[in-house]
Design a protein around this ligand. Structure first.
Ligand code: SAH
Length: 364
């Protein structure tokens, strides 16, 4: 019966739900294998790197699940200077990473916007335009998105977090700064400007259903999304949602396994349904399972985001507890991840952008 669904040309919402509810080991294996076959057909046996630079944890937002939310007083706030960021970008370029991701807490003040613009154009210069740049700095005005695009950013990742509006409102404060509709508008602005647009969700948020996750995948399709970065929700104990989750038993082994499985199933079902998009096997997977990222690739992911943040800052950028790789440096992360990719019989696309095929297949 599962094979009937897996071999369908077009999956319905009901099919997505059925697949996301699978529990039996052999059925899960069949799902992952089918998703991997789709990845092989549309992408190949190759993974691409986005060296992750987490350059500041100052944030004006107060997302109730995130460790670096504005009102967490326990966070030691930092902002790297331009030289530090360029040093990491240069390292990524020298190590043929193909692309980097610039990520930070959210700020919209002019000083920040100008700083980022300058950093983006300096990275473009130092790499002769050969280093792809994914930006992940939250909600900004269309003018700012345009400014950063013109400076050299060409992909933007802004997660919708959940497409269940009620749940969205539960996990964010109720004010203009945290509006669901605004976030959707931002995704539309990014598309209009010409970015490869990425979004994603967290899986296993308290109160989230399997139906919600199926609707998230339909949203990816309806928004014609090019890239997906999603991962299991992970507790950060000093946050309101983290406290609730701990009461619900999120620190137990069984629950970690449940959310890890949700993470893998979402990758696999998204791959089956959307075929040619880029899908990241995120670090959050590894926070729940030591082999998380390899398993994410085997379930249909094709993008890895090795952290290249300077060692001194890693500990301070914790969106969730037990973040992996905090003790490592960029060289260690490269060696470790590259071995992980090879261990499953794939190559790393060193020196290549690894752009979203979906973006270029449009209108063909
Ligand atoms: N401020 C930027 C980038 C940093 S947050 C932005 O909002 O885009 C990047 C992502 O981390 C968020 O989109 C969220 O999905 C994820 N994240 C935050 N807290 C998390 C948690 N407790 N568990 C899992 N993922 C989390």
């Amino acid at each position: 019966m599962i094979n009937d669904i897996l071999n369908k040309e077009q999956l319905s919402r009901e099919d997505l739900i059925t697949l996301l509810k699978l529990e039996k080991e052999e059925e899960l294996q069949a799902l992952y294998e089918k998703a991997y076959a789709v990845k092989e057909e549309y992408i190949g046996r190759v993974s691409h790197y986005r060296g992750l630079i987490e350059f500041s944890n100052y944030c004006i937002k107060d997302c109730k699940y995130c460790g670096i939310r504005k009102s967490n007083p326990l966070v030691d706030r930092f902002s790297m200077n331009k030289e530090e960021i360029l040093k990491m970008a240069q390292w990524a370029y020298d190590n043929k990473y193909g692309s980097i991701t610039l990520q930070s807490g959210e700020r919209t003040d002019e000083k920040f916007v100008d700083f980022v613009t300058d950093v983006i154009s300096s990275i473009r210069e130092l790499s002769n335009g050969e280093l792809g740049m994914t930006l992940c700095m939250g909600e900004q005005s269309e003018e700012v998105y345009k400014k950063w695009f013109d400076a050299g950013g060409h992909r933007y990742l802004l997660r919708i977090e959940t497409t269940n509006k009620e749940l969205y409102e539960k996990i964010h404060p109720q004010n203009d700064l945290h509006s669901f509709d605004k976030r959707v508008e931002c995704l539309k602005s990014l598309r209009k400007i010409g970015y490869q647009v990425g979004t994603g969700v967290m899986m296993g948020i308290p109160g989230q259903t399997i139906e919600d996750l199926a609707d998230d995948i339909l949203f990816f399709r309806d928004m014609d999304i090019d890239m997906i970065g999603m991962g299991p929700y992970i507790v950060h104990k000093d946050t309101p949602i983290g406290e609730e989750a701990l009461k619900l038993g999120y620190d137990t082994k069984e629950d970690k396994k449940r959310r890890f499985l949700l993470g893998l199933k979402m990758i696999a079902v998204s791959r089956l349904f959307l075929k040619d998009v880029n899908i990241a096997a995120t670090t959050a997977l590894q926070a729940l399972d030591p082999l998380g990222r390899e398993k994410g690739l085997k379930a249909g992911g094709n993008i890895l985001m090795p952290i290249i943040t300077l060692e001194d800052y890693r500990e301070k950028y914790q969106l969730y507890n037990n973040k992996p790789c905090i003790e490592d440096n960029a060289n260690q992360c490269k060696a470790c991840l590259t071995n992980r990719v090879r261990s499953i019989g794939e190559q790393v696309g060193f020196g290549e952008f690894g752009d979203s095929k979906h973006f270029f297949n449009k209108g063909k």
